[in-house]
Each structure stands twice: as structure tokens, then as C-alpha cells.
Design a protein around this ligand. Structure first.
Ligand SMILES: CC(C)(COP(=O)(O)OP(=O)(O)OC[C@H]1O[C@@H](n2cnc3c(N)ncnc32)[C@H](O)[C@@H]1OP(=O)(O)O)[C@@H](O)C(=O)NCCC(=O)NCCS
Length: 175
């Protein structure tokens, strides 16, 4: 089976990604997850792993965001919506897509660090791929205003310099 990996515009590629999201995270599943009810940003770019037939089997969303760390501006490359169709898991697709996302951020050269949020059961997957826990506080926008974002734990990946403690304000919706 031939598999294609592409980095696409976030809005334009949503129709390709949407069936994968609906399969892995249907509403009845989302409502059981720690991030149920949170409003998330839309991805600026998407890494999509597709079959020859054009079916998305794995997705990694990418976000470009100017954040603040302890009040100082920094540029974060956000990673979110990492998901693989159940019958395609443990074939390395998410690893390849995550690597493509990091390579894209490195190539763009503008982000200081990459930042993602994940549930505890997925932390070993990221930590085995160079991500480190961020031990400080995260703030983000929600429809009701600026809130402390604690539903899922932050992990950073160093591109130039990655904070490990302190306060990061996402200066917008989380991802
Ligand atoms: C988390 C998730 C995205 C991983 O996707 P995946 O495509 O299975 O990821 P990979 O195949 O790259 O890696 C998964 C594991 O399979 C292993 N693996 C990779 N290729 C393999 C192969 N050919 N044979 C056996 N195992 C393999 C990897 O080593 C990895 O294990 P490790 O973390 O102990 O190293 C997937 O389980 C998922 O969609 N979960 C539900 C949604 C979710 O929770 N997403 C995370 C949000 S933060």
C-alpha cells in the first residue's frame, strides 16, 4: 500500500481531515474526554497521511502563534489534533506526521519552540520523541475570556529555546 504525506493549508484541507476527526473523536467520545467543552483554534497547516485513494489515515494540526512567556514575546509552533485511524495505528504514521510537522517548523525557522497538549496516556509517545513537560502555568482565551488552561498537560519541543517553567499565555484559543 502506498501512503502519501503532505503538509497542506489548514482550512483548505479540512474536508480531507474531517472524516478522520469524526471517526476518532465523535461527539459521544469527546464528551468523555478531559477537554470536552473547550473551544480550540483551527489549524493553520495540516500534515495529512493519506492512502492512494485519498483517505486520511493520520493527521497532525499545526498552529503558528505569538505567545508570551513571563510577559515576553515568543513564537510557538503549536501541534494539535494528532490522530490516526484505529486500524492504521502502530505503523509509525503519527511518528512520521509529527516529524514532518517539526521539520516544517524548523524549515520555516520562525518558531522558538513547539508546544502541544496531551492526555497522560499519550505522554510517553511524545516524551520518546524528544518532547519535555512544561511545568508552569498556561493561560488561553475562551469565549468567556482569559482562563487558566489546565485540562490537558503541556509539552514543549526545543527549536531555538524552549521554556520549561513560568507562565505561557497562548494569546488566543488553545490548540
Ligand atoms: C496517539 C496516536 C495518534 C498514535 O498514532 P500511531 O499512528 O499509532 O503512532 P505510531 O505508530 O507512530 O506510534 C505508536 C506506537 O507504535 C509503535 N510502532 C510504530 N511502528 C510500528 C510497527 N510497524 N509495528 C509495531 N509498533 C509500531 C511506535 O513505536 C509507538 O510506540 P512507542 O510510543 O512506545 O514508541 C493514536 O494512538 C491515536 O490516534 N490515538 C487516539 C487519539 C489521541 O489520543 N491522540 C493524541 C492526542 S494528543
Amino acid at each position: 500500500m502506498s501512503i502519501e504525506v503532505e503538509v497542506l493549508n489548514g482550512s483548505e484541507s479540512w474536508p480531507i481531515a474531517e472524516p478522520l476527526f469524526k471517526e476518532v473523536w465523535p461527539p459521544e467520545v469527546v464528551q468523555t474526554l478531559p477537554w470536552a467543552g473547550i473551544v480550540f483554534a483551527h489549524a493553520d497547516l495540516r500534515v495529512l497521511v493519506q492512502t492512494e485513494a485519498g483517505e486520511a489515515v493520520c493527521h497532525v494540526g499545526m498552529y503558528r502563534r505569538e505567545v508570551t512567556w513571563n510577559g515576553r514575546r515568543m513564537r510557538a509552533g503549536g501541534i494539535g489534533g494528532v490522530l490516526t485511524r484505529e486500524n492504521y495505528r502502530r505503523h509509525g504514521h503519527a511518528s512520521v506526521a509529527l516529524n514532518a510537522a517539526i521539520q516544517t517548523l524548523k524549515h520555516e525557522g520562525s518558531a522558538d519552540f513547539a508546544l502541544l497538549f496531551c492526555e497522560p496516556q499519550n505522554a510517553p509517545f511524545y516524551m520518546g520523541r524528544g518532547w519535555k513537560p512544561f511545568d508552569g502555568e498556561i493561560y488561553a482565551e475562551q469565549p468567556q475570556g482569559r482562563v487558566r488552561f489546565e485540562a490537558i498537560a503541556p509539552y514543549v519541543y526545543e527549536l531555538r529555546r524552549a521554556p520549561r517553567q513560568g507562565t505561557i499565555d497562548l494569546c488566543g484559543l488553545p490548540w
